[in-house]
Design a protein around this ligand. Structure first.
Ligand code: UDP
Ligand code: MG
Length: 320
């Protein structure tokens, strides 16, 4: 299986990456050349609005290993990556970002580990150059929370989508068709023999990240709600605790009125209780809503994406 005739698919979701594409392709192609195994680079054009698509076509004209999956619109990275993995023909697949934050050179190391018999080799970041302290801290804490409440599936910290998957893992992943795709979680969910390889995450080569804190927050919500129902359980206990508290508070007020008398009606305490309970109830409703919304989206069972075009080089040129 791990002979030099197995095919490697490098899967790259791209959205408005015209500045980095040539450099990315140059470095990735060099890595594939050195690998001594046939390869393809599957670019998924996720509805880019700049010159990304024409540039991909130019790249394809000069490198027949290029496959272009042109999606019908922008779907977001997770879906774009899914589309790429669906179309990957390789015995192994390596999802990687186009912005060169994940160094393509590491693919060689991933392949080495795979040859040692691992099904999933994930790249673990040691440093996050060029990211703010706040982003680093939020990321770190997010993984910590996820580990606490994630149940049996542990999402390893500091791991992105950059990894190697063998055919078994890839086929397993492709069976998961849920709409809310928290990829890191899905990668962890499938199991198999996994191992980490450490690397230094670089600064974005050019262009800018499409992430902001609001999106990160939503991403975290996605991660939590698609992997655990712990928040729902917590709601139950918060409700219970509030009730117990209310009971003792009631006792206190009752006895105070009996023993000391209470000439001033308890307007302030009444307002505090009403506001507090209202807040708790709305929060819990919100949590239920997050799950309900996801159930709504999943039950529609829509296809994950639509493909405008699949462009691969003509077979006679496919000699590489
Ligand atoms: N990307 C995509 N669709 C999107 C946003 C991003 O396919 O809607 C691609 C992007 O081109 C890049 C990768 O996903 O190859 C990671 O994007 P980005 O660098 O913005 O995310 P970050 O590195 O901050 O997680
Ligand atoms: Mg990036």
């Amino acid at each position: 299986m791990s002979g030099s005739d197995s095919l490697i698919s490098v899967v790259v979701p791209v959205y408005n990456e015209q500045e980095v594409l040539p450099e990315f392709h140059r470095r990735t192609a060099a890595v594939l050349d050195a690998l001594s195994m046939p390869g393809e680079i599957v670019y998924v054009n996720d509805g880019s609005r700049d010159r990304t698509l024409p540039m991909l076509k130019e790249i394809q004209a000069s490198d027949p290993r290029t496959v272009i999956i042109d999606l019908s619109r922008n779907y977001g990275k997770e879906i774009a990556l899914t589309a790429g993995l669906d179309h990957a023909r390789g015995d192994i697949a390596v999802p990687i970002d186009a912005d060169l934050q994940d160094p393509p050179e590491l693919i060689a190391t991933l392949v080495e580990k795979w040859r040692e018999g691992y099904s999933v080799v994930y790249a673990r970041r040691l440093s996050r150059d060029g990211e703010s302290w706040l982003k680093k801290t939020t990321a770190r804490n997010f993984y910590r929370v996820m580990r606490r409440i994630g149940g049996k599936v542990t999402v390893p910290a500091d791991v992105g989508d950059f990894r190697l998957l063998d055919r078994k893992a890839l086929d397993a992943l492709r069976q998961i068709r849920e709409q809310h795709r928290y990829m890191k979680g899905l990668f962890a969910l499938i199991g198999f023999r996994q191992i980490a390889v450490d690397y230094h995450r670089d600064r974005r080569f050019a262009g800018s990240t499409t992430w902001n804190y609001w999106r990160l927050w939503n991403f975290s919500l996605e991660g939590i709600t698609s992997f655990t129902i712990t928040p729902l359980k917590v709601s139950t206990y918060v409700g219970g605790l509030t009730a117990v508290f209310a009971f003792f508070f009631g006792l206190y007020i009752f006895s105070k009125a009996l023993l000391i008398g209470d000439p001033v009606p308890g307007f302030p305490s009444l307002m505090v209780m009403v506001a507090f309970l209202g807040g708790v109830q709305l929060t819990v409703l919100g949590i239920i809503g997050e799950y309900l919304g996801r159930i709504f989206n999943e039950t529609k069972n829509r296809p994950l994406y639509f493909v405008q075009d699949v462009l691969s080089a003509p077979p006679e040129a496919d000699s590489a």
